[in-house]
Ligand binder design. Structure first.
Ligand code: ADP
Length: 249
């Protein structure tokens, strides 16, 4: 379970997040949605321990991560998979070496075992026969898959996705969404997905958390979000209908 208790984050005088209280249950997929500058990335960076809260507590299981040293945080992060926006692959390494990178850095597994894990994880994300290719030979969607294969190499308990559909067309976005659902079903992981895409959030998430101007204004199922009378929530559905060419309700 992940718990945020009264978390605030300030940058200089700017309050990026205010009094966030949120519980993410084991095995659930939570989408964090909000407009540009609302505080989504700040929340994600807090959850993976890249930055520390100005006040409040962040618990991952029984560990209060905001009090840990960098070394202790590294240990906690081994149980987290991270899929970054724009995939963040090493361009000078093959796909296989990208997926193997963390395993070579942080384990004493022998090379044969590492190669086996790399093949297994690439197969799990629907990629075969790309182990020796370079990232720049792959499409945007394939790069996201490689990034996911790298994230699951350690068999994490939690996977964090930062804008997984950024830069992808609607068809590729749906495929990545299906993969996120598949990861949750087959690996039984907890997934936290930061997105500005309401359609995607509705497809993948058990619950959606909406951040608006640094505040958590709602945490609920997609059905309840649709029925909400809150203008800030409806604005997201309005954009969706307009993009699809439908008449706004
Ligand atoms: P989002 O991911 O929803 O677009 P962010 O979490 O990146 O929003 O940013 C929330 C607010 O915090 C914005 O006003 C942004 O300018 C500010 N902010 C984020 N990171 C920093 C930083 N390192 N220094 C100063 N301000 C920041």
């Amino acid at each position: 379970m992940i718990r945020l208790i009264d978390v605030c984050k300030c940058f200089d005088r700017k309050e990026a997040l205010r009094h966030i209280n949120l519980t993410i249950k084991d095995g659930e997929t939570l989408a964090i949605i909000g407009g540009s500058g609302s505080g989504k990335s700040t929340l994600l960076r807090l959850l993976v321990g890249l930055i520390r809260p100005t006040s409040g507590e962040i618990w991952i299981g029984d560990t209060e991560i905001s009090r840990l040293s960098e070394k202790e945080l590294d240990q906690v992060r081994l149980h987290m998979g991270m899929v970054f926006q724009y995939s963040a692959l090493f361009d000078s390494m093959t796909v296989g070496d990208n997926v193997a990178f963390g395993l070579r850095e942080h384990t004493s597994l022998d090379e044969a075992d590492i190669r086996q894990i790399v093949e297994d994880k690439l197969r799990l994300v629907g990629l075969e026969k790309v182990t020796d290719r370079m990232p720049n030979e792959l499409s945007g969607g394939m790069k996201k898959r490689v990034s996911l294969a790298r994230a699951i190499a350690f068999e994490p308990e939690i996977i964090f996705y930062d804008e997984p559909s950024s830069g992808l067309d609607p068809i590729m976005t749906e495929k990545i969404d299906e993969l996120i659902i598949q990861m949750q079903e087959t690996l039984k992981v907890t997934s936290v997905v930061v997105t500005h895409d309401m359609a995607s959030a509705c497809r993948i998430a058990d619950r959606i958390a909406m951040i608006y101007d640094g505040e958590l204004i709602a945490v609920d199922t997609a059905e309840h979000f649709r029925e909400s009378k809150d203008a800030r929530i409806q604005a997201f559905f309005h954009t969706l209908r307009t993009v699809k060419g439908e008449e706004p309700a």
